[in-house]
Write a protein that binds this ligand. Structure first.
Ligand code: KG4
Ligand code: ZN
Length: 340
């Protein structure tokens, strides 16, 4: 029997109906990009209110697309961690309410583990054990994954996530929101060695990351120390492209190097990569080159499942197989600390 999965951790309201073999029967995603564009970043309260408006229409549309009777569902799954508190609450309350109304068990899923599971969904063979790298707007983390549900946190960002750095660099350059795709587009025509931006912690043994110094370095390259006003900058297309290309090279160098180190340290032969930044063309290209050079298997989430979606919530099927259901008094875990 199929399950309903709900995703509302940040600024996408999404629902999917997934069959017990993992195939997608129906899906619906409502993005909020237009609402956050003018702020060049996700505004938590705006996001939560938009989820309130969209959650039931999105669930309804996924159910209609799948042509299933809600009473034939076997469970309702929801991402309960990590994410923006207000956004998570809307998804969780909707999931609990539907679980009670339709008398279905509730399953809680970790959004970051689900980002990695998008790789398994696209594969016909088991990808475990593997090193998992999550690169999203809010998280940059490495895990040793024994199975889709048994993940050991190896390290993660001590300040900003890679996606956050992309978004802020885009904002400084007055590019579109979300910033990742806009920076990546300009970077394609830029010179990756025009600026020598820092590759923080790249030589450290730990699996931690830091991107805030890189953000500051880009800022100084644009306006100089002390200046605040980015709206008056007047850079040529070539200057912007070089900044984007050099910035992207710095982020990608660090991600690739740390992933290689984790593979070597654990002796695993699989790397799985998920999250919005995994859609980045240069990162995908460099990881592919690294996998060929170092002899490991690389599985990056398919493009359509890199950014937030409810299909990756198929991870709930693994929990159901283990009999891991959530109680109706389940609370959200926004996860302000590291280590998810
Ligand atoms: O996984 P996601 O949809 O949301 C979170 O869980 O945070 O990731 C969103 C992030 C944003 O920061 C966005 O700018 C970034 O993914 N992103 C990209 C690309 N597409 C999305 N970053 C770099 N290159 C891209 N092509
Ligand atoms: Zn995400």
């Amino acid at each position: 029997m199929p399950i309903l999965t709900i995703e509302s951790t940040c600024d996408e309201t999404a629902a999917a109906i997934i069959a017990s073999d993992g195939s997608v029967l129906g899906e619906s995603v409502a993005t909020q990009e237009a609402l956050h564009e003018k702020f060049r970043g996700v505004v938590p309260e705006v996001a939560a209110r938009a989820h309130v408006e969209r959650i039931l229409p999105v669930v309804d549309s996924a159910i209609r697309a799948a042509q299933v009777d809600p009473l034939d569902l076997s469970a309702i799954a929801v991402a309960d961690r990590p994410g923006l508190a207000g956004s998570l609450l809307v998804g969780l309350v909707a999931a609990k309410t539907l679980a009670v109304a339709w008398n279905k068990p509730l399953v809680a899923i970790n959004h970051l583990h689900a980002h990695l599971y998008a790789c398994q969904l696209a594969s016909t063979t088991s990808l475990y054990p593997s090193i998992g790298m999550v690169v999203s707007g809010g998280h940059t983390s490495l895990y040793a994954c024994e199975s889709p549900l048994d993940l050991e946190y190896l390290g993660g960002t001590i300040d900003d996530a890679a996606g956050e750095a992309f978004d802020k660099v885009a904002a400084m350059l007055q590019l579109d929101f979300p910033g990742g795709p806009a920076v990546a587009k300009l970077a394609e025509q830029g010179n990756r060695t025009a600026h020598q931006f820092p590759r923080s912690l790249i030589h450290q043994q730990s699996f931690d990351f830091s991107f805030s110094g890189l953000k500051t370095a880009v800022r100084y390259a644009i306006v100089g120390p002390g200046q605040q006003d980015f709206s008056k900058i007047n850079l040529t297309l070539k200057a912007k492209s070089d900044l984007c290309a050099s910035f992207e090279a710095a982020v990608v160098d660090v991600l690739v190097k740390k992933a290689e180190k984790a593979i070597q340290k654990r002796g695993y032969s699989n790397l799985i990569v998920g999250g919005g930044v995994a859609a980045n063309g240069y990162l995908r290209e460099q990881l592919k080159a690294s996998a060929e050079k170092n002899g490991y298997q690389l599985n990056i989430a398919p493009l359509q499942w890199c950014t937030d979606n409810a299909v990756m919530g198929a991870l709930a099927l693994e929990k159901i197989n283990r009999g891991e259901f959530a109680p109706l008094d389940l609370d959200i875990t926004p996860g302000l600390q590291r280590g998810f």
